[in-house]
Design a protein around this ligand. Structure first.
Ligand code: FES
Length: 65
């Protein structure tokens, strides 16, 4: 699913950026070598970042024990 129409980033691209360490919408754009144009996708990118961080959190807790 396309998340950023201006830069043609889909949800997989956003998740790839989060896996590589992106933790904010600007970092996701930077990971793919671009920057926001209209900025309408910032909320959607932020929601995907939150989803990915929530999914990673249990694994990090287990690893910390
Ligand atoms: S939709 Fe992402 S910058 Fe416009």
């Amino acid at each position: 699913m396309i998340i950023c129409i201006c830069r043609r980033l889909n949800d997989t691209a956003v998740r790839d950026a989060v896996s590589a360490g992106a933790r904010c919408p600007d970092s996701v754009q930077a990971h793919h070598g671009c920057a926001f144009n209209c900025g309408k996708c910032k909320t959607a990118i932020g929601e995907i970042i939150s989803e990915e961080m929530d999914a990673e959190a249990p694994a990090q807790l287990v690893a910390a024990e």
